[in-house]
Design a protein around this ligand. Structure first.
Ligand code: ATP
Ligand code: MG
Length: 153
């Protein structure tokens, strides 16, 4: 069991300082009431970090990254939205595959194994959740994780 709002607030403070040094705007939008979910806190944190690391890596200086939680009683939606380079439509179906990377010449930082999103997908599947992506080249990318509140019966 894990309380999401506090966990995300702690995580966000780490990225506040990264944003400062990398000259990016980092915005958060969390609801104030606590959200208790049956999740593996370490794994979920790892998944969100992978998405935030990507958003920071693939967004040029002066851009924005937003981390948002939307609580809808039966489901919790977590969005990581950036104003970065975007992902071409033809590459989108492959980005969750292990070792898949879109043309590395697009970014200054070429590091990476192409494993981050494969791990995110594994973690979200292990929680019976969903992950989706929406992207426009030159405008930005939004990843959305949906976690379902399990009924106790
Ligand atoms: P690793 O995460 O293993 O260090 P990586 O970031 O290249 O390496 P993934 O996180 O799996 O690998 O992402 C796969 C590919 O999807 C990336 O190489 C990049 O081309 C693209 N991608 C992922 N997130 C974004 C994003 N927010 N904006 C633009 N492209 C992205
Ligand atoms: Mg990555």
């Amino acid at each position: 069991n894990c309380e999401l709002v506090n966990m995300f607030k702690e995580l966000a403070t780490q990225y506040d300082s990264i944003a400062k040094t990398e000259e990016l705007n980092f915005i958060t939008d969390f609801p104030s009431p606590p959200i208790n979910l049956k999740v593996d806190a370490d794994l979920l944190r790892h998944a969100i970090k992978n998405l935030l690391d990507n958003a920071f890596k693939y967004t040029p200086q002066g851009g924005s990254v937003k981390l948002e939680i939307i609580n809808q009683s039966r489901r919790v939606s977590i969005q990581v939205k950036d104003t970065g380079i975007g992902i071409p439509q033809e590459n989108l179906p492959h980005i969750f595959e292990r070792f898949y990377r879109v043309d590395t010449s697009r970014t200054r930082s070429s590091g990476g194994f192409g494993l981050g999103l494969a791990i995110v997908q594994q973690i979200i599947q292990a929680h019976d959740g969903q992950i989706s992506v929406d992207s426009t080249v030159g405008e930005g990318t939004t990843f959305e994780i949906t976690l379902f509140v399990k009924k106790l019966n």
